[in-house]
Design a protein around this ligand. Structure first.
Ligand code: 5GP
Length: 182
């Protein structure tokens, strides 16, 4: 653990390095392709947290891949509000498509439960879920996740797309964040 730069307001410690992430992403991409044969895959990234993961994952899946984005708002600061709403909808009709929903982290499962219900209403051919991080400690909504990058302990993590009040998404590794109060 070390002191953050002056623009940061806490301490952080690497949980998953950039190298570990890139190795795992390659494995996930190969597995996702294998499970879909040579069929077209539409990745749906959940904004904003999953975009770094999505960008790397897309490059790890060979063949026919399309990218879509869905914005949801469900989390404020370090505490879940328990509310999910769409802030940015898909730009395409997903009827009959093979969907892989790309999440950054599944915590309580509330967001994912909402997204699975919402996407299934649009009649895709298939719907699978990949999450970079699985934090099962506070899972109150039972959701099926097909692919998990890393299972993590009960901690607030930042980096590789994950934020604290919109900051730190640009860190290349996953870090456990501990606020510092002077
Ligand atoms: P859930 O609905 O499963 O409780 O929470 C999912 C969302 O909460 C994630 O997409 C993410 O935006 C946010 N979230 C949950 N845990 C963490 C965390 O440890 N760090 C960050 N930065 N966001 C989290």
């Amino acid at each position: 653990s070390y002191r953050l730069e002056s623009w940061m307001k806490g301490s952080h410690e690497t949980l998953i390095s950039a190298e570990q992430i890139s190795e795992r992403v390659v494995e996930l991409g190969a597995q996702i392709r294998a499970d879909h044969g040579d069929e077209e895959i539409t990745l749906i990234g959940v904004l904003k947290g999953s975009i770094l993961f999505m960008a790397d994952l897309a490059r790890a899946i060979p063949g026919d891949v399309q990218l879509e984005f869905l914005g949801v708002s469900s989390y404020m600061g370090t505490k879940s509000t328990g509310q999910v709403r769409i802030t940015h909808d898909l730009s395409a009709d997903i009827t009959g498509r093979n969907i892989v929903l790309v999440e950054d982290i599944v915590d309580t499962g509330l967001t994912l439960k909402f997204l699975i219900r919402t996407l299934n209403q649009r009649n895709p051919k298939s719907l699978r879920v990949v999450t970079l991080l699985d934090k099962p400690a506070h899972r109150s909504n039972q959701v099926q996740v097909d692919y998990v990058g890393f299972k993590i302990p009960d901690a607030f993590v930042i980096g590789y797309g994950l934020d604290l009040d919109q900051r730190y998404r640009n860190l290349p590794s996953i870090e456990v964040f501990t606020p510092v109060t002077d």
